[in-house]
Ligand binder design. Sequence first.
Ligand code: 0O2
Length: 210
Amino acid sequence: MMNADINSWEEVILIYNSALKSIETKVSILNDEFQHVHSYNPIEHVKCRIKTSNSIVKKLKKNGYEATIQNMVEHVNDIAGVRIICSFASDLYAIAEMLANQSDIEIIHIKDYIKNPKPSGYRSYHMLVRVPIYLSDKIVYAKVEIQIRTVAMDFWASLEHKINYKFEGNVPDRVRGELIECAFMSSELDKMMMALNEEVNSIAANAEEE
Ligand code: 0O2
């Protein structure tokens, strides 16, 4: 059964909430296993949210679609959103690969705004996936947008989001320029912290060998 079988608002919420739970559990298992094998948690925290009905309708209208359940399910990719915040960029790619390798996760597309940041300076790794939900009499599939980013990327994105909201999208050029500079600095910070962490790990590994 496909997405078109979802036909009431209550059912939409039920299905997308289940999809969120499914991804949240998968991420939590990976984090526990990482802790078991490597003795540390790559994930700082995970945030799950269902897009509000107002935001869904706004997005549909912006893209020229009528506000119907069918259009929502077909054209709004981020009704269910999971944000995974990691300490280091290397962990972020490891988590993304582990999720991608799970046979019941179908990847619809990947947008790597870390390798290719947006002109705004935005950096994050986006996976749009589809997961099966087993109901009493049928299987339905729901899309989940997974955003994976470092703490520094998340800090930048939440400030930029607030600034955009305050200026209703018309951010003054000077502020926009400063934001781009902050994005560059946060990227440099990520690189330095990752290098430092690798150095500390190799010192610790050498000490263990001796
Ligand atoms: P909100 O309020 O976070 O929900 P799609 O969702 O795939 O149909 P698009 O624009 O092609 O649409 O997807 P993209 O580029 O992958 O971005 C989706 C989400 O990423 C956005 O959702 C934001 O959460 C985040 N994002 C993308 N670009 C930026 C940016 O420049 N700054 C910040 N702070 N966040 C960004 P929404 O629905 O736009 O917003």
